[in-house]
Design a protein around this ligand. Structure first.
Ligand code: GAR
Length: 224
């Protein structure tokens, strides 16, 4: 979009891309960012269709064509450069990034993880939450650091685990809140409200002593 001065954002995906879709819709509705490019490590990722529908250029960088993680990450960095993003957003991107990439984007790299971090880092969170008999689950948006799913958390949303849940039902419930909190967090970054400071998060000029909660803390982002 010519003349659009909102924060330019790159979104990295591997799969369905429902979070990408939510991010695109919020941007179209006036959030403080625009998606300038989408990268996928999988040619068959369903999310590529969302990029195409929104007119956002997308590139596939197939990790299987790279001999090691650093070579793949270098290809990602090269693909990002011409689009000049100021924030990189991982949205269901299922590759572990090397320090090469994480250091290049430190403080400007976000991820969404399907759990109430620091609980349930890693893969298969819905299955593990069900197996453990937990009654609460959720999603977290965090800054990415070199430790897997360890970066400081910005905002979280909780969902209940209900009787009779299976992985698909629970995942769908988590997705609905992911689609709320990810566009919010990226909008905050676009407004200049967020900053990573080591393992802490600054939000609107103060350090968070705990992650923001959606929707309970909404006064914090609706306040003038
Ligand atoms: C989301 O639930 C996201 O939290 C999760 O993958 C899903 C992608 O869905 N991410 C991770 O597990 C990262 N470790 P989507 O492709 O429909 O956005």
């Amino acid at each position: 979009m010519n003349g659009d001065t909102r924060l330019p954002v790159a979104v990295l995906i591997s799969g369905t891309g429902s979070n990408l879709k939510a991010l695109l819709e919020a941007s179209a509705a006036g959030a403080a960012y625009r998606v300038v490019t989408v990268l996928s490590n999988r040619p068959e990722a369903g999310g590529l269709a969302h990029a195409a529908a929104a007119g956002v250029p997308a590139t596939v960088i197939d990790h299987r064509r790279h001999p090691d993680r650093e070579s793949f990450d270098r290809a990602l960095l090269e693909a990002l450069a011409p689009h000049a993003p100021q924030l990189v957003v991982l949205a269901g991107f299922m590759r572990v990034l090397t320090p090469l990439f994480v250091r290049r984007w430190a403080g400007r790299l976000l991820n969404i993880h399907p759990s109430l971090l620091p609980a349930w880092r890693g893969l298969d969170t819905h299955r593990r939450v069900l197996a453990a008999g937990e009654r609460r689950h959720g999603a977290s948006v965090h800054f990415v650091t070199e430790g897997l799913d360890e970066g400081p958390v910005i905002v979280q949303a909780e969902v209940p685990v209900e009787d009779g849940d299976d992985e698909a039902r629970l995942a769908a419930r988590v997705h609905t809140v992911e689609h709320r909190i990810y566009p919010l967090a990226v909008d905050w970054f676009g407004r200049g409200w967020l900053r990573q400071d080591g393992d802490r998060v600054w939000f609107r000029g103060r350090i968070l002593d705990r992650p923001l909660r959606y929707p309970d803390d909404e006064a914090a982002w609706h306040a003038p």
